[in-house]
Design a protein around this ligand. Structure first.
Ligand code: PHE
Length: 344
């Protein structure tokens, strides 16, 4: 019996040694240490042994079981360690590898310019307003002192939807809307960016749809010098402190007097070059003192209130600031163009 147990021990330890997976190891455990295993079998025959032999064989059997169990446990630990090692090796992540860049978008040049202009005027106390792009004839023209049949309507060829409804040709209707909406007729200081539409043939400087930013300041004692001060500050912040502005007399039915504002040409410093068509000046916006009739129609007493208004095209501003030579670049969405203006 002793030899039998020793042979079983040797056999079991060899199998433990040969096992290469936890499954094989478990099979060895069940085969040798299980209730139906050979060691249990040997112990069943103990009844036939003499009194003296019994404890000796019993002790040996326990020792053999213990040895096999220990061998299984230590093999188990080494298989587990090897498996973990293998898994770690397979799942290695090299944290020092450079990441794959995720392409990021950026604001459209036009959006950036509009926001820049907004910020600048917000800094001077203006609020940002909005108005509809599909507009009534009343707000687009009549409330701005352009009655039906007025020849100046021809300055802005319009897309009419019905006789009374059109795509707005400028952002000036928002002047009338904002003043009208002011029930207590408080002072107004607002800018309004937005899309406008004109029946123009698209070319390098014309687009049937473009953007304007309107400005309106109505209060007691607003003067032309206030307009000039605000526009001068705008021009210098937008184009550089060295820029000069000049106001030229002009005509808009909704302002009196009306002006057009030029900025000095950066390219030639006022000497005259091809960019400024040899004049030394570049036109950038229209403005003027709000016409008394416009104030009156919107419920503001022109004897108490006065105001100034201006309207500019951010595409034109961006074209001058960045040397963009064709307004269509803003709308054709060529990424090669747009990407040049993405700031990180
Ligand atoms: N609405 C005018 C235009 O579209 C611009 C302008 C606005 C002029 C406000 C004077 C005052 O040309």
């Amino acid at each position: 019996m002793k030899e039998q147990l020793q042979a079983l021990e040797k056999e079991a330890l060899e199998k433990v040694d040969d096992a290469t997976s936890l499954k094989e190891l478990q099979d060895v455990r069940v085969a040798y240490l299980g209730k139906k295993g050979p060691i249990t079998e040997v112990l069943r025959g103990m009844g036939k042994l003499s009194k003296e032999e019994r404890p000796v064989i019993g002790e040996l059997a326990n020792k053999v079981r213990g040895n096999i169990a220990d061998a299984i446990d230590s093999k188990k630990a080494s298989i587990e360690a090897a498996e973990l090692e293998k898994q770690l090796e397979e799942e290695t992540i090299d944290v020092t590898l450079p990441g794959r860049p995720v392409p990021t978008g950026g604001p459209h040049l036009l959006t950036s310019i509009v926001e820049e202009i907004e910020d600048l005027f917000i800094g001077m106390g203006f609020e940002v307003s909005e108005g509809p792009e599909v507009e009534t004839d009343y707000y687009n023209f009549e409330a701005l002192n352009l009655p039906k049949g007025h020849p100046a309507r021809d300055m802005q060829d319009s897309f009419y939807i019905t006789e009374e409804i059109l795509m707005r040709t400028h952002t000036s209707p928002v002047q009338a809307r904002t003043m009208n909406a002011m029930e207590d007729k408080r002072p107004v200081k607002m800018i309004c960016p937005g899309k406008v539409y004109r029946r123009d043939t698209d070319d390098a400087t014309h687009s049937h749809q473009f953007t304007q930013i309107e400005g309106l300041y109505v209060d007691k004692n607003v003067r032309m010098s206030d307009l000039k001060g605000v526009l001068d500050r705008f021009a210098k912040q937008m184009f550089g402190q060295e820029r000069e502005i000049r106001l030229r007399p002009s005509f808009f039915p909704f302002t009196e007097p009306s002006v057009e504002m030029d900025i000095s040409c950066k390219v030639c410093n006022g000497e005259g070059c091809s960019v400024c068509k040899q004049t030394g000046w570049i036109e950038i916006l229209g403005a003027g003192m709000v016409h008394p009739r416009v104030l009156e129609m919107a419920g503001y007493d022109p004897k108490v209130y006065s105001g100034f208004a201006f309207g500019m095209g951010p595409e034109r501003i961006a074209m001058l600031k960045y040397g963009v030579d064709d307004i269509r670049h803003f709308y054709t969405n060529d990424m090669r163009f747009l990407k040049q203006y993405h700031q990180a």
